[in-house]
Design a protein around this ligand. Structure first.
Ligand SMILES: NC(=O)c1ccc[n+]([C@@H]2O[C@H](COP(=O)([O-])OP(=O)(O)OC[C@H]3O[C@@H](n4cnc5c(N)ncnc54)[C@H](O)[C@@H]3O)[C@@H](O)[C@H]2O)c1
Ligand SMILES: Nc1nc(=O)c(N)c(NC[C@H](O)[C@H](O)[C@H](O)COP(=O)(O)O)[nH]1
Length: 244
């Protein structure tokens, strides 16, 4: 499916929140953008296992413009298994060159590249092959997939985000990552002002109801550098996570 044209005021609106392509990041971690689309009642899907369109076509195009500006695009295995996303970039003339590298957080090793939309795009020369984040050497290694082995923190039984992003930069030369969900990933990273450089949230003019998948961090989060864009049915907020 082709995209509608990018709204002419969006590049200027997003500029201060994108990785700077001309300036190599000096930090040991990549530039990290946290981005997702939510309903007015802070839901990102109608419920577990239900792929839900929230964005208007013009903010869908914006997402592809964001993909164009990042080296990697990270999602949790929940999203990979439920949505079977392509994660390539349809904005611009050359999908393969413009696409970010998909990064799938799959410590339980449940997702397979084989048979996925990502593989279909890769086979057609329209997308890049994924990096799969695992906690230990995977029992099954798939063709064309690279694995980032990232040990779990023993206490939290979660991967250490800092170590993961350092590894992505050092071992895979990923200078910028956009994180596209889902809820478990977003809820953790909304609390990480030490890691997240930009927050870009699309809000669609719909309510998805209480059985919807909610995004809401464990504690309150303050924002700064806030700016809003208004489209036909959606608004987009760009911000930075505050240090307070
Ligand atoms: N509207 C949007 O912008 C948007 C974007 C993405 C996904 N979604 C929706 O979100 C839903 C999926 O969200 P979800 O919360 O179920 O799944 P998720 O995509 O957040 O993936 C969760 C899984 O990722 C892994 N994981 C996450 N954090 C980890 C950590 N720190 N260490 C180790 N492993 C970790 C675990 O395997 C966990 O089960 C789907 O319904 C999807 O359609 C919506
Ligand atoms: N911006 C945005 N608006 C939405 O309404 C929605 N549901 C998502 N959801 C993000 C999720 O990760 C999707 O699975 C991928 O956006 C699909 O990606 P593809 O088009 O297959 O490349 N994102």
């Amino acid at each position: 499916m082709s995209l509608v044209p990018l709204c002419s005021d969006l590049p200027q609106f997003l500029q201060g929140y994108l990785p700077n392509a001309t300036k190599k990041e000096t930090s040991i971690r990549p530039f990290i953008t946290l981005t997702y689309a939510q309903s007015l009642d802070a839901r990102i899907s109608k419920g577990p296992g239900i792929r839900t369109t929230i964005s208007h076509p013009e903010t869908k195009t914006m997402t592809h413009y964001l993909r164009y500006h990042h080296d990697g695009i990270l999602i949790g295995s929940g999203t990979a298994l439920i949505d079977d996303p392509g994660l390539n970039c349809k904005w611009g003339r050359d999908s393969l060159a413009n696409s970010p590298r998909p990064i799938i957080l799959d410590t339980k090793q449940k997702w397979r590249f084989g048979g996925s939309k990502m593989q279909e795009l890769y086979n057609k020369g329209l997308g890049k092959p994924p990096i799969v984040v695992v906690a230990n050497d995977p029992a099954i290694k798939e063709h064309h997939v690279e694995y980032a082995i990232c040990p779990m923190d023993k206490a939290t039984k979660q991967i250490d985000w800092e170590k993961l992003f350092e590894k992505l930069k050092k071992d895979f030369n990923i200078q910028s990552v956009m994180i596209e969900g889902g809820a478990k990933v977003v809820n953790q990273l909304l609390l990480r002002n030490d890691i997240i450089n930009s927050l870009i949230i699309t809000i669609g003019s719909t309510f998805l109801g209480r059985s919807g998948t909610e995004v809401s961090p464990l504690q309150s989060v303050n924002l700064k550098g806030i700016t809003w864009w208004k489209g036909t049915t959606d608004v987009v907020m760009c911000a930075k996570l505050d240090n307070e």
